[in-house]
Design a protein around this ligand. Sequence first.
Ligand SMILES: [Zn+2]
Length: 361
Amino acid sequence: MKRSQQIELNPNNKQSTRMAQHAGYARVAFNFALSSFKVGLDNDEWRTYIDIKREFNAVKRDKFHWCSELSQNASKNAIHNLGDAVTRWKKGQNNFPVYKKRSDRISYQADNGAGTVEVYKKRIKLPKIGWVRMREALKWTGKISRVVVSKRNNRWFVSILVHCDSNNYKHQPPLFDEKQPIGIDVGINTLATCSNGDTYENPRPLKRYERKLARANRSLSRKVLGSQNWQKSKKRLGNVHYRIACIREDAHHQATTKIVRKASAIGIETLNISGLLKNRKLAKALSDSALSRFLTMLKYKADRRGIPITEADHFFASSKTCSSCGEKKKDLTLSDRQYHCDACGADIDRDLNAAINLCPA
Ligand SMILES: [Zn+2]
């Protein structure tokens, strides 16, 4: 069983410089591999990553003399990644890889299961860098099979993939007696309405941070492109975006964990998000609440606990059907917040009605 966790790092200045150097090394190696591969293509020859690695090792001491100070894992894994990327391109699974730029999101793979990385409590030992403090401990125990270090909004993160022997939570989640099947209606106004009556509010961080975001955007647009002040403004804008992403993610984690702790089975509706996004009025509110991200989270957490999930397709009229008698209403609009049934006289909250319809039997 594979489990991954992303943890923020607390490096000192020396360590963050070192990590940036490694990321730079990975970029240089990736670009070297890509250009070598392209030369191969021009000569009707398919160069594997092993060929390229050999070529790289032969010239690296002359071309990149500084690399002897760094962990060779960074370049090795970058070339390996290029190999994977061109294989996927050949199969038609993705576009042809492009050169990495300095301004791209920076990252490097510190380990590929060779056991060069150690984790002890809230510390991680990275090759050629040493023990770096982590903000939290690793939740999983088992063999570490991949470690990727990356930088986002001036913060360093490490993403650790662990091969677990079993579903080994170090802390067992609390057990609930009354586990029951739960249907969930996800929406814009309320993030999730459950058939057992629970509701989870959507924090809608964009709405709250809209003015801050607008101000940061305006300030950036007034600066000279690339200047010192522009850099500062860009950092500030990045901070607002980061804040929004964190608030949203936190709300999603809390709601999904609470739901899976209570559910014995879960019923949801497949969202036709791309279709909904064409409706411009809805688009902003929808992308804000990032519903598809929420559903992905719900699915993997349910999967982890062995809770079955049934997905009703979007032709199933979960909102228009009466949850007590099964009568279908034709003239239900998005603004009708209350469902009133003409056949049996039921009067029920619209989202709750939909959630009950989605509840697996
Ligand atoms: Zn009815």
